[in-house]
Design a protein around this ligand. Structure first.
Ligand code: ATP
Length: 320
């Protein structure tokens, strides 16, 4: 569906992207992950024919973005980081306008607008002026205009930027709902957001792909071990005593490389929490050792601190 070969984009003498090569298959939901300035927006703008590459080849659905931009635009729906919405139009007027602009057949405009309004749950604000929408609804409208012409590829630049936690959950659902009918590329600087919605992740740094793969592979390759949070209760002990007992018992389990105290996950007599770093999954042995040492196990959880993983990747480079 998308073939990028040796893409470079310079702004003046400054390289923003390149060399960058990637293939994305039809139907994939792919995340572009990188810190500010990594080159995400630039890459997405090239894919959306909003910006010409300096060199290299980019094909969408078999069409070259430089030689056949008209065809590519017909295949791509684009939500820029700041969507150009017209505040004086109603939601419905704006969507109909976007549909006509994207060459949806005259007889299909009303039906298609109604369909995307339903998909993005914009129906209840369809007569409201765009300028009066909340940020969450503006983002929905941005997605609605991006998909109104049934593009094969949907490109979403930071769709969750500025949304509140509830709106983020809704937006994730909306992006996942695009699966099946569309290939989707979504950018973010938050690994957690990308990993929730995407099949595959491209980590971008300084305009180049530092790593690509599934999130599970990223965590296992970078972290090389497991971090486990445990909360125990030691009868007849205070918090400090419980912490000392848990630390000693956990530290003696084969494979455990460090044990750190953590704020107790709940209040109560003799309750303490620790964080264990181990070379492998030692949860069973850990629980047995704690219970055998009269430390009741209230809670055990594997920590998946994705942001730590992402930072480790950016600082240490790609795993071999
Ligand atoms: P952000 O999350 O901050 O949007 P990004 O990963 O999307 O970052 P880009 O916006 O693609 O990164 O920017 C990549 C580099 O290119 C940055 O150093 C940026 O300052 C520079 N850049 C982006 N747009 C322009 C432009 N129009 N003119 C000059 N430099 C630009």
């Amino acid at each position: 569906m998308i073939e990028i070969e040796e893409l470079y984009k310079y702004y003046g003498g400054r390289r923003a992207v390149g060399p960058l090569s990637a293939r994305i298959e039809k139907g994939e939901i792919v995340g572009l992950l990188g810190l500010n300035g990594a080159g995400k927006t630039t890459t997405l703008r090239v894919l959306a024919c909003d910006l010409l590459p300096t060199s290299g080849t980019v094909r969408v659905g078999g069409y070259d973005v430089v030689e056949r931009p008209h065809e590519v635009r017909g295949k791509v729906g684009y939500l820029p980081d700041r969507p150009p919405l017209y505040d004086d139009m109603t939601v419905e007027e704006y969507l109909a306008y976007a549909a006509r602009l994207k060459r949806v057949g005259k007889n299909d405009v009303a039906r298609r607008v109604a369909e995307v309004e339903e998909m993005t749950e914009l129906g209840k604000v369809k007569n409201q002026l765009v300028g009066t929408l909340s940020h969450g609804y503006r983002q929905r409208l941005g997605i609605a205009q991006a998909i109104v012409h049934r593009p094969e590829l949907v490109v979403l630049d930071e769709p969750i930027g500025g949304l509140d936690p509830l709106q983020i959950v809704e937006m994730r659902g909306l992006v996942r709902g695009l699966r099946g009918e569309h290939t989707v590329i979504v950018s973010s600087h938050i690994l957690h957001e990308i990993s929730e919605t995407c099949d595959r992740i491209f980590v971008i740094q300084n305009g180049e792909i530092l790593w690509s793969g599934r999130e599970a592979d990223l965590s296992s390759q970078v972290e090389q071990g497991m971090r486990i949070r445990v909360t125990v209760r030691v009868a007849g002990s205070d918090g400090a005593g419980a912490l000392a007992r848990a630390t000693a018992l956990a530290g003696a389990v084969p494979g455990v490389s460090s044990v750190e105290p953590r704020d107790a996950a709940e209040s109560g007599e003799g309750i303490a929490s620790i964080e264990v770093l181990a070379a492998s999954d030692v949860r069973d042995a850990l629980c047995r050792a704690l219970v055998a040492g009269d430390a009741g196990v209230l809670e055990v959880s594997r920590l998946r601190d994705l942001e730590t993983t992402f930072r480790a990747l950016l600082e240490e480079g790609a795993p071999s």
